[in-house]
Write a protein that binds this ligand. Structure first.
Ligand code: AMP
Ligand code: MG
Length: 370
């Protein structure tokens, strides 16, 4: 995302440019079909035309070449007949035809790419065309991820029977990295107040944003909220009216956003995707940081919802709609992992039928279909 506008270094086009392979001519000589002109030379792309054309004259000209002085239109070869040194036009040619006038796209000094614009492939091409070899961009935010839980072991450790491998640092980290974050630091933290506070304070020092997983529910060892407050994080909210993800904790440490995500793998993923990823995009400087949401018909029915809306994993079938994936609750990463979208199912509905329109939060992968 650009931190400063990129300006045109010169007029674009820098000269009156032919947009066709054909004949440069004076439109006054070409007001009727059948006009015949003397061909007095040729100008190729990159050439500087040496002489002006006079009345009754034409010059062969190639796409991208400078229109010679005197000429005010270009007729393409396809609409002409050439014999020897003369060309006959099959139709009248109006002034300015097939000429891109100097400065038509951009004037020297004008904004080519605006501040806060995302550097897409097309815009990067434009940067090159105006000679912007170096551009100022907004620094991507660094994010620290702490996974809390005495039961957690690292990917490369063999878990004892009652232990589990931490997967949240991976899935949450990927969600945030895809939104533009640089994952600066990521570690496991035991369910211990002192260890949690130390890890929080270290992370807040080094990263622009902090994300924790686990320890924000009502369990006996859920210390994260208290520890964040003890470390000076200002609580903005705790708990959201949604399923999964109800225990979500959010606060600010100065300008740094701090999320406490629920530990269940599905809850962690959904809250990272719905809440934390847009915050990362905003920190990246994007003007519109919201998630892409489209309305689509359901391809699967769904039962009644109660007081909380449900984010259900879905698979987008382009041109048809969205299929719901059923899971065995918010610990079930295995069934959840088929998703490429999250489907918002309103609260307090008696049920959802095939064909009902729903709001679908698309993952990048959804663009490619299954
Ligand atoms: P918690 O929010 O700490 O109560 O955790 C809720 C559930 O999610 C528990 O079953 C945890 O074992 C599980 N869990 C917590 N953190 C992780 C993690 N990083 N990776 C996988 N599962 C987790
Ligand atoms: Mg826990």
């Amino acid at each position: 995302v650009l931190a400063a506008p990129v300006l045109a270094d010169r007029d674009q086009p820098a000269f009156d440019r032919s947009m066709m392979d054909g004949f440069a001519l004076r439109s006054a000589d070409a007001s009727t079909a059948g006009s015949t002109l003397d061909v007095v030379g040729v100008v190729a792309a990159g050439d500087v035309p040496t002489k002006a054309i006079g009345s009754g004259e034409a010059l062969r000209i190639m796409t991208g070449a400078m229109v010679p002085p005197g000429a005010d239109a270009v007729e393409m070869f396809e609409n002409t007949q050439m014999d020897d040194t003369r060309v006959t036009l099959s139709q009248p040619v109006s002034r300015g035809k097939h000429i891109a006038p100097r400065g038509e796209e951009l004037r020297a000094g004008a904004v080519a790419v605006a501040e806060r614009a995302v550097l897409t492939a097309a815009r990067r091409g434009l940067c090159w065309s105006v000679g912007a070899a170096e551009v100022s961009v907004i620094r991507r935010p660094t994010v620290a991820i702490l996974a809390t839980g005495d039961e957690l072991v690292d990917l490369r450790t063999v878990p004892k029977q009652t232990q589990i491998r931490d997967s949240n640092r991976c899935s949450v980290g990927d969600v945030l990295a895809r939104a533009g974050a640089i994952i600066q630091k990521s570690r496991l933290v035991p369910d211990d107040r002192l260890a949690t506070r130390t890890a929080i304070s270290e992370a807040l020092r080094v990263a622009d944003m902090l994300v924790l997983s686990g320890g924000v529910s009502a369990g006996d060892y859920d210390y994260v909220g208290d520890c964040l407050i003890d470390e000076g994080v200002r609580k903005v909210f705790h708990k959201v009216c949604m399923k999964p993800g109800k225990p979500l904790w959010y606060g600010r440490f100065g300008l740094k956003p701090v999320f406490g995500l629920p530990g269940n793998p599905v809850s962690s993923f959904v809250t990272a995707r719905i809440f934390a990823a847009p915050v990362v995009r905003a920190l990246c400087g994007r003007r519109d940081a919201r998630s892409p949401v489209v309305s689509m018909p359901l391809l699967t029915g769904f039962g009644a919802t109660r007081g909380r809306p449900v984010f259900q994993p879905g698979i987008v079938r382009w041109g048809k709609g969205v299929e719901l994936v059923s899971t065995r609750g918010s610990g079930d990463l295995r069934h959840f992992s088929a998703m490429n979208a999250l489907v918002f199912l309103e609260a307090n509905r008696p049920g959802f039928s095939v064909g009902d329109a729903v709001q679908v939060y698309l993952d990048e992968e959804a663009l490619w279909g299954e």
